[in-house]
Each structure stands twice: as structure tokens, then as C-alpha cells.
Design a protein around this ligand. Sequence first.
Ligand code: FES
Ligand SMILES: [Fe+2]
Length: 336
Amino acid sequence: MSIRARVAARWPKNIPLQIIPKTDWAGQRPTYQDAQPALIDGALRRAQQRPSGNWYVFAASTDVRGDRPFGTRVGGVEIVAWRDQQGGLRVGPAACPHLGADLATGKVQCGGLICPWHGLRLEGGREFGWKPLPAFDDGVLVWVRLDRVGQEAPLDAPVIPARPEGARLAAVTRLEGVCEPSDVIANRLDPWHGAWFHPYSFTQLEVLSAPPADADEDADRFLVAVTFRMGRVGVPVIAEFTAPEPRTIVMRIVDGEGAGSVVETHATPMGAGPDGRPRTAVIEAVVAQSDRTGFRYSLRAAPLITPVMRVAATRLWRDDLAYAERRFALRDNGSQ
Ligand code: FES
Ligand SMILES: [Fe+2]
């Protein structure tokens, strides 16, 4: 037994870090036979059939403030968001109803949004021909409802994944890529690429179960045993992947350090870029929780999974976006 293996074997059970044995990337078991395209496509199709009620995540809750407007694009629609004096979320089209100035370049004062061109002031209700859009702040992310973009039956509120109760840490990251939301979702519905494509973040990855072709709602999930790695140490967990609505993937840690913690991936179509190809925003929220009891211990332990995930995330999410972009490029080229 090597020294490292002996250390790993003697590592106290209640400490979630493990020493990772040296692995040879090319020596891993290939996963292409398990990662059947039809299985991934089936999971994607079922995700796309679930209702979203035309709701789109557009930012982290903390991005929208009471001292300046926030602007972005969803489904080709320019939107502006800000907070009123009670902290309430206000969202609407970014074009000023007067001559069309970009309201995201305006100023927020005493809860009202002031247009930079001629000073028109919007309080957030229907005024001067400007119409607010339905918006929702779930405490971590903010959503806007665009019925003309989604063309589904509208829902009163977005489909928000279950999140851990109590003390929690939310970290939200945003990336943009040349692809469609389905490309981002399809990437996440392929857990088999993890240890091959992201060996710096994942190791000892095993897909414990994948949904059958005719999966009903309860069975429609991937169960994955994986070790998040930070250099030579790792945190082994069992994670579940589900798609509660067409543009969201939830990774929930169901066993191990941080059980109950979730990483939500939201893929929001922005509309076409200058080159005519679609842009998609990937907005990822890490909401962490530790399952360990003992106040003193959990205070130290709770944030453990979050920094691990965050360290893992930067490169991980770029690489996943490259996967999604590649998937789109193949389809795009094929259609020309
Ligand atoms: S364009 Fe906004 S006030 Fe004139
Ligand atoms: Fe990935």
C-alpha cells in the first residue's frame, strides 16, 4: 500500500476530504458506450416538454440594485431592471417610451428610473406608454416573464428548484456563449463527460443510474457518484441531476459533504448576436448547505463545498460552454 493510500484509508470518516490517488487520464474507463446519444436526447426532450410559464432567469438578485439600473437581453428583447425604495423588483423594456434611449444607461433616484436623454422618470408602473413586464425575485435569482418569446401558457410564478433551508450561501456566475439553451441543457444531461473532460475538477465519477427512455417525473434523474477535486484532495459526494423546466438543470448533492446543496444551471436565450447566431446566457447559482450537525463544527464546515465548487467552477463552466457551443456549431453547419 502506498503512503497516500494508507493516509487515505486512515482519514477520519467525519472529515470529508480524501486524498486522491494519482490517476492516469488515458487509463480511465471510457464512457462513450454508456453515454448513448438517444438517452441524452430523450432526457433533453422530456425537459423541453415541461412548462416554464415563459419565465426566464436574467440575473442574480444582487445584480439588480436601487442605485443604478441593470440591463440585459432576453429572447431578443432588451430589458431594464431596478429596485424601488421598498427594494421591490421593477422590470420592463429598456427602450424609453419617448425616443427610445436605452434606459439601462439611465439613473435610479428615490426608486424611480430617469432616462438619460430627456429626464423622463418611470416609477415602474404603466406610464407614458411604457409597460412593465412580470418579474419575480426568488431571493437568489431574478426572473422575467416574456409571453411572446416563450409562447407557452403563462404561469403566475417561475418553476423554482427546491433549495436548502436555513443558512445558505449563494454564489452566482454568468457566462455567455454562441449556442441555444438546449445545448447547455444537453451538456448537463451528459454526466459521463465529467471525469474525461474536466479531470481537474472531477474524479472517480460513476453514473449510478440514468433515466430510462420512458422515465416518468420521479424517475427522470441521473444519479452520479463523483469526487470534486481541489488539487490532490477531493470531496466525494453523490449528486442527482434533474431538469425541472426546459432551461434549468439542478445538481443536488444527495449524499456526502454538503448534502442538500444545489447548483442550478439556467440557460437563458438572449437573442441573435451581431453575426446572426444565437447567444445564450448561462447563469449558475451555487446554494450550499452542510448536513453536519453541531453548531460550531457546521459553521466551519458549511462553506466547504462552496469554495470547492467555486474553484472547480471557473474552468469547468468555460469548458462546458465550449461543449455547448460545439454542439450548436455542428448543428448550425449541418443546416447550411
Ligand atoms: S428618450 Fe427618454 S426622455 Fe427622451
Ligand atoms: Fe461538464
